[in-house]
Design a protein. Sequence first.
Length: 115
Amino acid sequence: VQLVESGGGLVQPGGSLRLSCAASGFTFRSASMRWYRQAPGKERELVAYINSSGGITNYADSVKGRFTISRDNAENTVYLQMTTLKPDDTAAYYCQVVFSGTMYWGRGTQVTVSS
């Protein structure tokens, strides 16, 4: 199983970014996917969830209405569209999958929101 995140960077408050997570090594279309984030000195927190078909999504209260999780099962990729970014969104963002009872993580992509 391999998860590779991309799309992070430095953005001003109020800006937008789209993160991607390219997945391989498992049956992507059958797996629910999650985005987590971890800020320095803080615990890793669940940001967004999407089920295998993309028909069910859930978000942390802190990002609801600003972030959108989506997936392309033909491309084995899950996305996180982030808008109206705030300094508090600064963190390393990770995608995660549970496959055959094992939790897998990508290496993460850094998002920094600063003027």
